[in-house]
Design a protein around this ligand. Structure first.
Ligand code: XBP
Ligand code: MG
Length: 253
């Protein structure tokens, strides 16, 4: 028997961080280059190269990917030594990133704050699902939303809680589990093809707002693709979501 198609009210918003809440990748790139310079490495990631490297989610994974490209045998060091070295280099990068965003110079993208505030007023929980390091989330949102920034988010899933990086759906599956909501009652917000794949892998309708680093990505399967969230009120999202009849999730459906 056909499962009755039901209209599900929108019950939660799940946000990616880098590139979605804020255009952070210039700061990330500068922080990587600062760490490379401090370590005396001749590595410099220019924008063209970084656009390509962003296909690898996770800063540590990105460093390893690049290192293998420039030195396929990793200089003969053991896997454990290479991992220890990358951890130290990435910690230096994370410190540099925190310094770059602490003054609020990396602002939230247009429309993001208004959407967070509208959701808060209506009691619609918001969550974070990011592959970035928690310290980066703290630094960015402290600078933009103040010391009480966590009040905006019921759930935060990041690289420390979801080690399998996008496009793996782990970070979104864990966010849904902690929200206690089915995917069809929520919306995801992303900026990249990897992020879209991760959200879709968790069954989430996804609003994509590309940026300079991801504008050439292909966003097949996006629920909506918008230049930003500036013209996207919560009421619009609720109306779109209600207007889309969805199959009620039943066991095995
Ligand atoms: C984007 C990423 C992160 C950042 C760098 O995360 O892939 O790796 O580029 O941050 P998001 P780290 O899922 O928020 O788009 O160096 O801490 O990984
Ligand atoms: Mg992103």
């Amino acid at each position: 028997m056909e499962t009755p198609r039901t209209k599900t009210p929108l019950q939660a918003l799940i946000f990616d961080v880098d590139g979605t809440l804020a255009d952070t990748e210039d700061a990330h790139r500068a922080a990587f280059n600062q760490a490379f310079a401090d370590a005396g490495l001749g590595w410099v990631w220019d924008e063209t190269l970084y656009i390509e490297l962003l296909d690898v989610a996770g800063g540590k994974e990105r460093i390893l990917h690049y290192w293998k490209r420039v030195q396929p045998d990793l200089g003969g060091v053991s896997t454990s030594r290479a991992s220890e070295w990358i951890d130290r280099l990435h910690a230096s990068k994370t410190t540099a990133y925190g310094r770059l965003v602490q003054d609020g110079s990396v602002a939230l993208r247009p429309g993001v704050l208004q959407l967070l505030q509208a959701a808060h007023r209506q009691g619609i929980p918001c969550a974070i699902a990011t592959t970035t390091t928690r310290a980066n989330v703290d630094a960015l949102l402290l600078a933009n939303l103040g010391p009480a920034w966590q009040q905006h988010f019921a759930v935060i899933e990041d690289a420390s809680t979801a080690p399998l990086k996008k496009p793996h759906p782990q970070v979104y599956l864990q966010a849904l589990e902690r929200l206690g909501l089915p995917a069809h009652a929520c919306l995801a917000f992303e900026d990249s093809a990897n992020g879209l794949a991760a959200a879709r892998g968790a069954g989430l309708a996804t609003v994509v707002t590309p940026n300079r680093y991801t504008q050439r990505h292909v966003f097949t399967g996006a629920w909506r693709q918008l230049p930003s969230l500036q013209a996207c009120a919560l009421a619009d999202l609720q109306a779109w979501h209600a207007g889309e009849t969805v199959r009620a999730c039943t066991a095995g459906s």
